[in-house]
Design a protein around this ligand. Structure first.
Ligand SMILES: NC(=O)c1ccc[n+]([C@@H]2O[C@H](COP(=O)([O-])OP(=O)(O)OC[C@H]3O[C@@H](n4cnc5c(N)ncnc54)[C@H](OP(=O)(O)O)[C@@H]3O)[C@@H](O)[C@H]2O)c1
Length: 336
């Protein structure tokens, strides 16, 4: 089969579109013929060697939508011919609060979805909701699962809340905004680009702040009559700007952090954290229950992810380049 393979770490330029053996299912597994796959920042981190326990060669890709063509056990035959999305969160374990040490994500250490066929546990399959196209369905699993757990399980979002979503152009961030709006919350966004802030406002956000503008966060104060403080911040960036988030959230509020695209902060103002009674909570992917709840939520609210661009597998370098430069708003999709 054709696949996008990382033969060695370095950067995304090392990736090749090559041939790989077709996967074969054991009991409990299924083979999915991929119709569309989507990128996550994780794929880019892995190409750069900035991820734990990298093994090469590897076929990247955690997100996919396609048709089940083969299963390893008779009890899973009902999946054959069904159009599915794959839950990339595997071996979570029994503790709903945090994943087990055997937890893994599709696309490393096991081969992922940037291929004509992918092998996945049958228990990780979910039927594709009919209202989503293949490209939209491929854009959902990892980012929407992460956004859903961050907002609801870890963030305890309520409909009367105001939520600030940092770096709105990101795949997780854009889905978090769509879900928070669907839940009835007021949404404020940040971005490094004014056109992305405008896009978010067009999609329902109240207003936005450019995090590259040194006075950007002052706008929160100027607009403070229009909302009753920020109850929840959803952040995938970290970095130097993290202390601005600690200043921005209201006393007793919560910051849920799921990523550190901008690196680690040099320091954290702990006095503000304890004096202002701020909850800083980590969040990663989600349980099987989180995945089911996420699908139910997006289906009920007919949420369609924002697909920025659809590339062919042959155009994979351009797809990775756009993510590397944060050019996208939402998700980048690739088709075999
Ligand atoms: N813990 C988990 O389970 C989990 C799951 C998914 C992702 N992640 C991590 O979360 C991060 C985002 O993932 P993704 O797939 O959504 O990535 P993505 O689609 O590539 O989005 C990254 C976004 O980060 C924003 N950004 C960059 N620098 C920033 C800064 N200094 N301040 C604020 N925002 C900044 C940019 O938004 P603008 O373009 O609007 O400026 C950019 O679009 C990655 O680090 C990823 O590894 C973790």
């Amino acid at each position: 089969m054709k696949a996008i393979i990382l033969p060695e770490v370095g950067n995304y330029e090392r990736l090749i579109l090559g041939d790989a053996p077709d996967p074969k299912p054991s009991a409990g597994e299924a083979i999915i013929k991929i119709h569309a796959a989507a990128l996550n920042h994780r794929d880019l981190w892995i190409t750069k060697g900035l991820y734990a326990n990298i093994k090469v060669p590897i076929i990247l890709g955690s997100d996919g939508c396609g048709v089940v063509i083969e299963v390893g056990a008779d009890k899973d035959r009902h999946w054959i011919g069904k159009k599915v999305m794959i839950n990339p969160s595997m071996n979570w374990g029994n503790d709903l609060k945090a994943q087990d040490k055997d937890f893994k994500i599709l696309g490393l250490p096991d081969n992922g979805t940037l291929a004509e066929f992918v092998l996945a546990p049958a228990m990780n399959l979910a039927e594709k909701p009919n209202y989503l196209s293949d490209e939209e369905a491929a854009a959902i699993p990892l980012a929407a699962l992460t956004a859903h757990r961050a907002l609801f399980t870890q963030g305890n979002l309520q409909k009367h809340h105001t939520v600030l979503i940092n770096g709105i152009g990101g795949g997780v961030a854009a889905l978090a905004m769509q879900m928070a709006l669907a839940a009835g919350a007021k949404v404020i966004v940040t971005s490094g680009r004014d056109d992305k802030i405008q896009r978010a406002v067009d999609l329902g956000a109240d207003f936005g702040i450019n995090y590259n503008n040194p006075d950007g966060f002052k706008k929160l104060g100027e607009q403070s009559q229009s909302f009753n403080g920020i109850d929840l911040i959803i952040d995938g960036a970290g970095g130097k700007g993290f202390n601005q988030l600690i200043n921005a959230v209201k006393p007793g509020g919560r910051i849920v952090i799921y990523g550190a695209t901008a690196g680690l902060p040099d320091s954290i103002d702990l006095r503000k954290v304890y004096w202002r009674q701020i909850h800083i909570v980590g969040s990663t992917m989600g349980t099987n229950d989180d995945f089911r709840n996420m699908i139910e939520f997006i289906t009920t609210h007919r949420i369609k992810p924002v697909v920025d661009k659809v590339f062919s597998f042959a155009q994979f370098k351009e797809a990775f380049r756009q993510m590397d430069l944060s050019e996208q708003f939402g998700k980048i999709v690739l088709k075999p």
